[in-house]
Design a protein around this ligand. Sequence first.
Ligand code: AR6
Length: 169
Amino acid sequence: MTHITLAKGDITTQHVDAIVNAANSSLMGGGGVDGAIHRRGGPEILAECRALRASQYGRGLPTGQAVATTAGELPARWVIHTVGPVWSASEDRSEALASCYRESLCVADELGARTVAFPAISTGIYGWPMDDGARIAVRTVREADTSVAEVRFVLFDDAAYRAFADAVR
Ligand code: AR6
């Protein structure tokens, strides 16, 4: 069974096998978590992202899917890049958000990663309401069929931490 833990802070400093990046389809970096990972992880990560674009993902990584690269200079061994949906008030995109967590765990299993840190995917620049994003994250991890022993949600601020603590209860 997967043990869920919560931490407040910066995902780039986590000592886990893999950290998950809330990326965009281009895999070429951006702001938020994505910016922090590329900044602290160094150019090796972007080099692998470029190679993935050239080989497998000419049109970009689709929303809800996940793919791994090195973690460069970060303490983790791998970065698993996933693309969350942009929040929409008119369309329910929850399944795409759940898919990010599920597919990332599937990639983690393929890598043999036993400890995985996730940010609150889509809840920053992509505008997903934190409480709902937290519920989807926790529910999806609980229901996942995975060999990952620990999923650590790394929350950037108190409000995010509280939302995940409520979702876990
Ligand atoms: N560690 C942990 N959590 C963080 C960190 C960090 N270093 N930095 C931000 N957060 P976001 P998204 C929180 O915007 O909404 C990028 O430009 C943040 O407070 O990183 O999925 C990509 O390239 C929020 O709760 O990701 C895409 O274009 C959560 O992490 C787009 O943003 C996710 O915020 C993806 O947007």
